[in-house]
Design a protein around this ligand. Structure first.
Ligand code: PLP
Length: 412
């Protein structure tokens, strides 16, 4: 069996593709000709299923069904229907997860719930300095409402002590792809009486996640990255059954026990439904719902195996072809990595613009990171091989060094 670590020709990469049991899954996606897409960790591509479903949700469910579709097309159940498709990907019961709002808004809700459930007298929300900024910003917003303050560390395991109310961590670091050991961090937190919120933005759909087995308390995650739900897709929230009696402060009517009783007083719905707030965005939900059908037939163990192999191939080719010019920012050990490979590059912004212009789409993260996401359902081994050759060419010929590639766009 050929190892991705020793591939040195394009033909060998093609041999890996021929042996890949997930190769047929690529057919489910609509990928533009001539593009190598290594940014599915930021925005998953369109699936044939989502394209057809959104068209029919618009033309038939909305166009013909009008308001009747809330009942007849199952619109009102979408937060639960979609949750049932996400549950197996994150290792939980579908009763305990709901699809709603954005990751940021859901973090607001679970952080508030966790602070209520935390040990008496504990006021510290512990997170990492390198966490995705929206998570830190939300904590800075919620903390003061509950008399809590945010404490930041670079060593999460070492910083968990008995002053901590809630540990708020993202499993996979968005910059480097460094992956935490979920069971280890969770059990360390529980040893000192703290609760844990996991942000699964770069985990769900990327590899098997086992929240229940790890004994986690709360989790949130993103619909538009590895789940391919489309730009701004709704997010999900999971709460362990033992914490579902907590209330969350965005107490809108969809989280009411009986929304259509139109009572003046708020009575939270039992269970996870109380983490809903307002009317679900049906068109966005329809896209996510259909996109998730692609995962129905997929063994996530195979997804992880291929993800490791794709990342290993990327690292090996960069080692072989870039001669140390682009130091690896991700862990070299697969066990400590999510499904991305990041490289340090001082001229990262223009280099990424040149890559994108040449048809290799990754992204740039300040200050100096070239980031490439690997999505086993549609990324081929030859794509990785070719992407590195394009990168080498751009560096050798300095095609990145033009004024147009230096100009920063609003979204990087
Ligand atoms: C992508 C991402 C988010 C996105 O939050 P939105 O509310 O969808 O903008 C949040 N947290 C992390 C860690 C992310 O990677």
């Amino acid at each position: 069996m050929l190892s991705p670590l020793t591939v040195s020709t394009r033909a060998e990469a093609e041999a890996l593709d021929r042996a890949d049991p997930l190769a047929p899954m690529r057919e489910a996606f609509i990928l533009p000709e001539g593009v190598i897409y290594l940014d599915g960790n930021s925005l998953g591509p369109l699936t044939h299923s989502a394209k057809a479903r959104v068209a029919s949700a618009v033309a038939e469910e909305w166009g013909e069904g009008l308001i009747r579709s809330w009942n007849t097309a199952g619109w009102v159940d979408l937060p639960r229907t979609i949750a049932a498709k996400i549950a197996p990907l994150i290792g939980v019961s579908s009763q305990d997860v709901i699809v709603t709002d954005s990751t940021s808004v859901n973090l607001f809700k679970v952080l508030a719930a966790a602070l209520q459930k935390a040990r008496e007298g504990r006021t510290v929300i512990l997170s990492e300095r390198g966490n995705f900024p929206t998570d830190l910003y939300i904590a800075q917003g919620v903390g003061p409402l509950y008399g809590a303050e945010l404490r930041l560390t670079d060593d999460i395991l070492g910083a968990i002590d008995d002053t901590v109310a809630v540990v708020m961590v993202t499993e996979v670091d968005y910059r480097t792809g460094r992956r935490h050991d979920m069971a280890e961090v969770t059990s360390r937190a529980h040893q000192v009486g703290a609760l844990v919120i996991w942000d699964l933005a770069h985990s769900a759909g990327a590899f098997p996640v086992t929240l229940d087995a790890a004994g986690a308390d709360f989790a949130i995650g993103c619909g538009y990255k590895y789940l391919n739900g489309g730009p701004g897709a709704p997010a999900f929230v999971w709460v362990a059954p033992r914490h579902q009696d907590a209330t969350q402060p965005l107490s809108g009517w969809f989280g009411h026990q009986s929304p259509f009783a139109f009572e003046p007083g708020f009575r939270p719905a039992p269970g996870i439904d109380r983490f809903l707030t307002g009317t679900p965005p049906v068109l966005a939900m329809a896209a996510l719902d259909a996109a998730l059908d692609v995962f129905g037939a997929v063994d996530m163990t195979l997804v992880r195996q291929k993800s490791v192999a794709l990342c290993d191939l990327m690292i090996a080719r960069v080692d072989a072809r870039c001669g140390g010019a682009l130091p690896l920012a991700s862990p070299r050990e697969a066990d400590r990595r999510g499904s991305q490979v990041s490289l340090h590059c001082e001229m990262g912004y223009p280099v990424m613009q040149a890559l994108i212009a040449a048809g290799v789409i990754g992204d740039f993260r300040a200050p100096d990171i070239l980031r490439f996401g690997f999505t086993p359902l549609y990324t081929r081994f030859v794509d990785v091989f070719d992407a590195v050759e394009v990168l080498v060419d751009i560096l050798e010929r300095r095609t990145w060094d033009t004024e147009a590639f230096h100009r920063r766009a609003a979204v990087t």
